[in-house]
Ligand binder design. Sequence first.
Ligand code: NAD
Length: 294
Amino acid sequence: MSAEIINGRAISDELLMGLKAQIENLRTQHHVTPCLAVVLVGERPDSLSYVTNKDRVAQQIGMASRPVKLPSTATQDEILRAVQELNADIKVHGILVQMPLPSHVDAETVMAAIDPAKDVDGFHDVNVGKLHKGKKDGFTPCTPMGCMVLLHRVLPNLKGKRAVVIGRSNIVGKPMAYLLQEANATVTLAHSGTHDLASVVAEHDIVIAAIGKPEFVKANFIKPKDAIIIDVGINRIERDGKPKLVGDVDFAAVSEKAAFITPVPGGVGPMTIWGLMDNTVKAACAAHNITRAR
Ligand code: NAD
């Protein structure tokens, strides 16, 4: 058996077209153009490529973008000042500070400085609290938000299903577990301290892998026939002397056993960008008291 591929790129493209129409409507009917500010500190090649990608997609859908580039030597105060300027700018609706920040900067302090109403990454304590309480007026972190859409495409009703999230980071694992239980799945949050991970994972219908270890989830982890696998991992490895991007799941082996699987690249990654754009449109509507058209 070979698993059906969940094509995150195609689903993201389709959803971005919907956002493009919403943005056009906001512009013509309300004279509002949603604007995303992306703060990049330093020149890490991976961060630079993520930021360029976000900027490109924003432009494609008619969103305004405001890149703010600071040198890797920027002090914490300089970064905080840049964030405060964006907080105060009524033309800016969403603010994202690209992580990781240089080691001399306290990322928590920077995240806490972003106006929660513009925190389109959903990392501010206010938005984390809203997510945990099931409140809908906050911002959900973009990657788990994208994973839920992918999952719902192949399984609209999660009630009664058992889901395991591997990884307990604040940006992926923990919010993912909250969203799954909100959707009525019965959730296990596994992590580096989990004993006999393969047996734990094998009890579940849905597997979300967010570990950061290349091809870590093997076929023996997976329940035969009907499992759905969402692979969040992005790992750069070298294979046969060439650079290659792989997920946290051993795609070739697991796709022989599961029912559905996301590829890397082309699975969760494009959905994360859609999540960011969607949150920015949501922020713009909230800032201007506009009821969002769907
Ligand atoms: P992280 O390093 O913050 O967290 C990794 C988690 O994995 C930890 O909670 C840890 O407990 C768990 N873990 C580590 N080793 C383990 C083991 N042996 N067994 C079980 N659990 C183990 O990582 P993160 O920020 O959550 O990211 C995870 C992966 O997802 C990375 O590859 C990252 O690049 C990727 N990512 C992708 C997107 C996307 O848009 N596709 C977005 C964010 C992160």
